[in-house]
Design a protein around this ligand. Structure first.
Ligand SMILES: Nc1ncnc2c1ncn2[C@@H]1O[C@H](COP(=O)(O)OP(=O)(O)OP(=O)(O)O)[C@@H](O)[C@H]1O
Ligand SMILES: [Mg+2]
Length: 509
């Protein structure tokens, strides 16, 4: 007897159809899995055997061949347990049902329970696109899969319940998400800008960074408030729109870090990995390539605290995604691409003792030590940073001041207004990768960053004096564009350019 069940495999952020074929032939009891399965898939036969027996069905004592087609696509992970089990039950006529329009995914536990699989959202998207009408997913993943409309999502908690549904004994009700995407939903932030005393310059710089998507490096002595400022950053990030939220959720789904009670990521990501993170953890990769922190920061902020402590290999790997907004992971079987459009915010001390440039405490490091310390961030990486910020310690009067500074709500309103100007500017271009000023390529810079005559003179002098690279030149213009947008100005004025130039790095010594 031959049975066929449809399932799917994750390839990067997309899902590809897989057909599970089960053949039963006479011969000694044996189960053979073919079709490029990895170890987790091969172990599947043991789980399936136990799950079928423990759910009260019989496991055939014949020769079983399970083929996962197409054979050239590598099958990874345990998501094929459930379709294989259903295939075996269909081949032994314990399940008689038409499964042509259904797609089934799920891992089995030995007692027949159905467990979570990664990537339910991309799988549901693919299922609908491929024309399937029904998708059977682990019950925990149903809210996530049900973000996709126009396909019936069946939450499956046990193999037995799925069989009962398929045989018409007891129907499973399709899962319906009754969520409303409310962009204005208030969020509670652990730290808000009004909790940070003083630091007006730093707050202004972070506002600009959030408004236009510019990378920031904060340098300052211990306790100056760099980490605190970065913690307040999420509170001024513009809200996500639904399309962006779904893109971000897809990445979290494939990475397996989505929480079941919050199937849709509603707030802009803010990721702060520790400096001991592995290379694959930061940029993505691993045996089954997963998105790394840079992809989990898509449309949001990647914060690297104590950036000099990160391995130089990991930091250098950020160079390509910082330019291209995607990360390509090469593997023997071809390469995979994950989105990685993030704003980099990094913090470090200016030297090993931490007090170089401080106006109250003397630095005990030699110039050589300072230079060596700062060289840990390579030139090419420094060149990709638009805002170099010296964070000074806040004087006592300010710390003790009870007066409240500007609130995050007010700052975020300005950020969102500037984003709206950018959206209106870039929408007619029809380039999906150019959404904010930070995304502009040379062509857009030329089109949208025109300077006044005095501005041109100032920039010419600055390029010579500061020895700006072509990239830095473009980055200064993009930053000026954002500063002008925050001011609601159509044309970039010289004062906007002058402010942007203030954020260039200063030479050491
Ligand atoms: N501007 C500020 N307003 C209120 N509290 C502040 C401010 N700056 C610093 N603090 C206090 O000092 C603590 C230390 O600040 P923070 O951890 O941000 O320093 P840092 O610059 O990251 O130092 P390090 O270089 O040692 O990591 C904060 O948790 C907060 O309690
Ligand atoms: Mg810190």
């Amino acid at each position: 007897m031959l049975a066929k069940v449809h399932s799917c495999a994750l390839v990067g952020l997309a899902a590809e159809p897989i057909h599970v074929e089960v053949d039963i032939a006479s011969g000694l009891e044996r189960i053979t899995l073919v079709g490029l399965p990895d170890t987790a898939v091969r172990e599947s036969s043991e789980r399936v055997r136990a799950a079928i027996s423990n759910s009260g069905y019989f496991f055939p004592q014949h020769r079983l061949t399970v083929n996962l087609a197409p054979a050239d696509l590598r099958k990874e992970g345990p998501a094929y347990d459930l379709p294989i089990a259903v295939g075996i039950l269909a081949a032994t006529r314990q399940v008689l049902a038409n499964l042509e329009d259904a797609l089934i995914v799920g891992e089995l536990s030995l007692d027949g329970g159905v467990r979570h699989v990664n990537g339910a959202l991309p799988m549901a998207t693919a299922a609908r696109k491929l024309g399937y009408h029904r998708l059977f997913v682990p019950a925990t993943d149903a809210p996530e899969a049900a973000l996709v409309e126009d396909i019936a999502i069946y939450p499956v908690d046990t193999l037995a319940n799925l069989v009962k549904h398929l045989t018409g004994e007891r129907a499973i009700q399709p899962f319906v998400n009754n969520f409303a995407f409310d962009e204005q939903r208030p969020t509670n932030y652990p730290v808000r800008m009004e909790d940070v005393k003083g630091q007006e310059l730093a707050k202004r710089a972070l506002e600009i960074a959030c408004a236009g998507g510019h990378n920031v490096l904060m340098k300052g002595p211990p306790g100056a408030g760099k980490t605190l400022l970065s913690r307040a950053l999420p509170s001024i990030l513009p809200r996500l729109i639904l399309a962006e939220a779904l893109d971000v959720t897809r990445i979290y789904s494939v990475a397996g870090v989505l929480s079941p009670d919050e199937p849709l990521i509603r707030t802009r990501p803010f990721r702060a990995p520790h400096h001991t993170i592995s290379h694959a953890g930061l940029v993505g990769g691993g045996q089954w390539p997963r998105p790394g922190e840079i992809s989990l920061s898509h449309y949001g902020v990647l914060f690297l605290d104590e950036v000099a402590e990160f391995s130089s290999k990991s930091l250098e790997a950020l160079r390509q995604p910082l330019e291209d907004r995607i990360i390509t992971i090469s593997r023997a079987a071809g390469s995979l691409t994950f989105p990685a459009n993030f704003v980099l915010v990094a913090a470090l001390n200016p030297c090993p003792c931490g007090y170089y440039g401080d106006d109250r405490q003397e630095c005990t490091c030699s110039m050589n030590m300072i230079q060596r310390y700062q060289k840990r961030i390579s030139g090419p990486l420094m060149d990709r940073i638009d805002i170099h910020l010296d964070v000074k310690r806040v004087p006592f009067q300010k710390l003790a001041d009870v007066a409240q500074g500007e609130t995050s709500t007010v700052i975020r309103q300005r950020v969102e207004a500037a984003r709206q100007i950018q959206a209106a500017r870039f929408a007619p271009l029809g380039k999906p990768h150019v959404l904010i000023n930070g995304d502009m390529g040379p062509a857009e810079v030329q089109q949208f960053c025109d300077l006044e005559e005095t501005g041109k003179n100032l920039l010419r002098a600055a390029v010579q004096q500061m020895n700006l690279s072509a990239r830095a030149y473009h980055r200064v213009l993009k930053l000026s564009r954002t500063i002008a947008d925050l001011a609601g100005a159509e044309q970039i004025q010289t004062q906007h350019l002058a402010e942007a130039l203030q954020y260039r790095p200063r030479e050491i010594g």
